[in-house]
Ligand binder design. Structure first.
Ligand code: ADP
Length: 162
């Protein structure tokens, strides 16, 4: 049984993330989509909200489970008995940091492998931070996030007076 983790901030989940989730879920037996909590960072949505959004958009993928974890990814992998980390790669600039993280995770938990999935061409320039920036200025994010998530992002900025 191949269990994998797809970690990230997912603040908010984008169509790029969802594409990686779909493609990874066809390769592995079980995919834990995991919100890694970093208490020192400021987020648009709480971990609980991000978990709800991810559950909503992955509800039809039977081998996906959404979790959140505050701690080191290698520790979560041990706890979940997962042997693979999935990451999406958009461009070479992602690579250096991702390569470093892969080596660190494997040194913290020997045997823990990282698999990179190339982003789809149409999602190459899509990131959560781009979505937040565009939404902040009232721009159109409909092609960037799942339809269920779009109104939630807009509402969040309206609430904040934008
Ligand atoms: P992090 O804060 O760890 O970078 P993100 O939530 O931004 O987490 O992304 C989680 C994972 O999804 C990372 O591996 C990232 O490279 C990947 N990813 C983000 N956006 C896209 C995209 N448009 N296409 C493919 N993969 C993506």
């Amino acid at each position: 049984m191949l269990k994998a983790i797809y970690p990230g901030s997912f603040d908010p989940v984008t169509n790029g993330h969802l594409d990686i989730i779909h493609r990874a879920s066809r390769i592995v037996d079980k995919l834990y989509v995991t919100i890694l909590e970093n208490p020192t960072k400021q987020y648009l949505f709480t971990p609980e909200q991000r978990k709800q959004h991810l559950q909503m958009v992955t509800k039809d993928i039977t081998n996906v489970e959404v979790c959140s974890y505050c701690g080191m990814l290698a520790d979560f992998a041990k706890e979940a008995d997962a042997s693979l980390i999935v990451r999406g790669l958009r461009e070479m600039s992602d690579f250096e940091e991702e390569f470093q993280r892969a080596l660190i995770n494997r040194s913290l938990y020997p045997g823990l492998e990282t698999m990179f999935i190339a982003a789809s061409a149409k999602h190459l320039f899509l990131s959560s931070s781009a979505v937040r920036e565009i939404a902040f200025f009232g721009g159109d994010i409909s092609s960037m996030v799942p339809p269920e998530v779009e109104p939630l992002v807009k509402k969040e900025y309206t609430k904040r007076g934008r």
